[in-house]
Design a protein around this ligand. Structure first.
Ligand code: LMR
Length: 335
């Protein structure tokens, strides 16, 4: 080989080696998209996962968190995950129906959960696993269940008795169970992306909605709703999910560290959820912008009676076996 060619060849090889090394060092990027504010249980969980994932992998993984529907809204984010445009999400359990995983809507059944301990028995138990298994065929891997909390109900009129709901347009997440819930109350349910709810309330496209105090406060719903009823009639929580192909393709030592980060971020998110909701409720009360309604035992009983048929009506959609398993695990029964 003539000297010049040899030199050019050597330089080329060095360049190739260099770019190979640079490539080997380029971090794996995880885009974690979500629709709520950073100072919510889910927002804090996502930020904690970022902190721990980057620490445990010594920077081999970089997590980019995109809150507040910055990247995608409710429906689009799931499609984006399946297409690989983002790698991680934590949609509300009420948003898995359109994906064909209708069984997740069991969590939306009114009054199905007496408390968080019951919830934990379900998510940590056989049903929690079975629901995640359902996602595999959709190209999705379930990583963890994260809490938000129990829901309250807002509107521009006081909601004390089921009859008060008659004719009201109520915003819902994309769950048929939630649709049935509001129909049972005589209201008109309307699916709307989370990021659009504030404006929907302000302009009268919807009259009210249900959500956790933390979600209502951080989206300022209390500024455009005159009344909030402390009903605790249902629950909002999340499934942290990832693109299966992406996850399976990670080097196993990286996946192990990410699993560890996820376990710790889950404990953290679940630990802060109650306080976040209690604080949000306090802040909304302090603001004086909305009137809070506590239900009397009789009013509570009337809500329960009106919503009772929803569980049986939805058995065909959610699965009778799923509902029964849920109820058994919630009570602490063994399989
Ligand atoms: C909603 O859409 O109401 C909430 O589920 C949003 C969220 O992710 O908490």
């Amino acid at each position: 080989m003539p000297t010049l060619t040899r030199r050019a060849f050597a330089a080329g090889t060095a360049l190739l080696l260099l770019s190979g090394a640079a490539l080997a060092q380029a971090p794996v990027v995880i885009k974690f998209s979500h629709v709520v504010a950073p100072d919510t249980p889910k927002g804090r969980g996502a930020d904690k996962f970022k902190e721990l994932a980057e620490k445990y992998t010594n920077g081999k993984v970089k997590v980019e968190v995109y809150p507040n529907s910055q990247l995608f809204k409710d429906k689009e984010e799931v499609e984006a995950l399946q297409l690989g445009a983002v790698q991680m999400l934590a949609p509300s359990l009420a948003k898995f129906g359109p994906l064909g995983a209708k069984e997740f809507e069991v969590f939306d059944l009114p009054y199905i959960l007496p408390d968080k301990a019951a919830l934990r028995r379900v998510t940590d138990g056989a049903l929690g696993k079975r629901l995640f298994d359902k996602l595999q065929s959709k190209g999705i891997t379930g990583l963890a269940y994260w809490d938000n909390g129990f829901k309250v109900m807002s509107a521009n009129k006081p909601l004390r008795m089921p009859a008060d709901f008659r004719g009201l347009k109520m915003r819902i997440q994309s769950s048929k169970v939630l649709e049935a819930q509001f129909r049972a109350l005589g209201a008109i349910p309307q699916v709307m992306a989370f990021s659009e709810v504030y404006q929907g309330m302000q302009t009268g496209v919807v009259d009210g909605s249900e959500n956790t105090p933390s979600n209502m406060f951080t989206q300022k719903h209390h500024e455009v709703q005159k009344y909030i009823t402390l009903s605790d009639h249902g629950y909002i929580g999340y499934a942290v999910i990832t693109n299966k192909k992406f996850w399976d393709g990670l080097p196993s030592e990286i996946r192990t560290e990410l699993d560890k980060a996820m376990t710790e971020a889950t404990a953290y998110a679940n630990q802060v959820a109650d306080k976040d909701n209690a604080d949000a409720l306090d802040e909304m009360k302090k603001s004086g912008r909305t009137t809070f309604i506590e239900l009397t035992p009789d009013e509570k009983a009337a809500w329960k009676a009106a919503l009772e048929p929803v569980t049986a009506d939805m058995a065909k959609r959610v699965g009778k076996d799923v509902i029964e398993e849920f109820q058994k695990e919630a009570k602490g029964g063994t399989q």
